[in-house]
Design a protein around this ligand. Structure first.
Ligand code: TXA
Ligand code: MG
Length: 319
């Protein structure tokens, strides 16, 4: 079926208050009408997401900001001008139009404009912002293809297939502060790039969206033991049943399967392929997964954030 017809079907379902999956530039989203509290409640239910963890609103036009936030800070418009549509979520004071369930009761709301033609057409045609978390079960791996979504959420009403996502990891999330900004979740847009738009800004990296401190450390976990070499590997491990997510030309002898998310060591390319690589290992016959650390600079900060979250639940376990 033509893509525009598929988008129309998805729009109609959204108008009826249903939940659908759709592609964005970063990862697939699990979307509902962001102004319909009952529809948004279904997202939490399907995702099995705790109700204290708020959702992002996705918009297609900058004018929508005025309806959703009470903030007129010119820095927001400067950031939007430079990075939207794109993988940047800005946390802003919410307006009364935004249902409390979207923000999990917080006075702020995360907003972004995804850089994906299907997402933009979907939001435009729907005529309302789409509330969407990543389209995975809570705590599990994020999806970068429609097939990844179907693997975890086989009973969804509709999955719009827009192919593989182009960024591969979730958006950078920032909150503006008086003298700069705080990065609540690192992503492909880096602190250095943001500083060019908000001059003389001071910034901090929170390394997590701290809603309830410590509770969200184990996002993005694969269903097989996952370790970072040199950080969380158990003292003794055999390589014979292990998969290796490699970065540098590693002495990879003995591993059952080795995948390079980027053969040339390009961190953006690595990020694009990261979740797909972990999904591939989940579906393969390796018993556990090792990842070689990448340099913590630029997008490498976001990559190490995702690797550590994947490894977190397995940190102290032996196999
Ligand atoms: O790239 C992305 O951002 C993807 C695509 C689908 O847009 N979405 C995504 O959503 O990653 P989700 O729900 O998986 O992650 C959003 C994060 C959550 O950790 C949530 O706690 C945080 O954003 N968040 C949302 N609203 C917030 C707020 N008002 N204050 C602080 N953190 C917030
Ligand atoms: Mg998520």
């Amino acid at each position: 079926m033509e893509l525009s017809k598929q988008i129309d079907i998805a729009v109609n379902l959204l108008i009826e208050g249903k939940v659908i999956a759709f592609p964005t530039d970063t990862v697939y989203g699990l979307g509902a009408n962001g102004l319909n509290a009952i529809a948004v409640a279904r997202i939490y239910e399907i995702k099995e997401r705790p109700s204290f963890n708020p959702l992002i609103l996705h918009i297609a036009h900058i004018e929508s900001l005025q309806k959703l936030t009470t903030c007129n800070d010119p820095r927001v418009y400067a950031l939007a001008e430079k990075f939207w549509p794109g993988p940047l979520t800005i946390i802003l004071p919410k307006s009364a139009n935004v249902p409390d369930i979207v923000t999990a009761g917080l006075p702020t709301v995360g907003i972004r404009m995804p850089n994906h033609p299907v997402a933009l057409e979907l939001i435009s045609k729907a005529g309302f912002p789409i509330a969407a978390p990543s389209a995975n079960k809570f705590g599990k791996l994020s999806p970068t293809t429609a097939q990844h979504v179907q693997k975890q959420l086989p009973n969804l009403d509709y999955v719009l297939d827009g192919g593989k996502t182009s960024v591969g990891i979730e958006s950078t999330i920032i909150a503006l502060r008086e003298d700069g900004f705080e990065i609540l979740r690192p992503g492909s847009i880096t602190a250095e790039e943001l500083c060019k738009v908000v001059p003389q800004a001071k910034y901090t990296i929170a390394h997590d969206t701290i809603i309830a401190p410590g509770m969200l450390k184990s996002h993005y976990s694969p269903n097989k033991p996952f370790y970072i070499i040199g950080e969380s590997t158990p003292a003794e491990y055999a390589t014979s049943n292990a998969g290796l997510i490699a970065y540098s030309p590693y002495e990879s002898g003995g591993f059952k399967k080795v995948v390079y998310p980027s053969k040339s060591g390009d961190l953006k390319e690595y990020a694009i392929n990261l979740f797909a690589t972990i999904h591939e290992f989940e579906d393969s016959d390796v018993d556990f997964i090792l990842a070689e650390p990448v340099p913590e600079q630029g997008v490498g900060i976001a990559i190490m954030d995702r690797l550590r979250k994947a490894a977190y639940p397995y940190k102290s376990k032996q196999f």
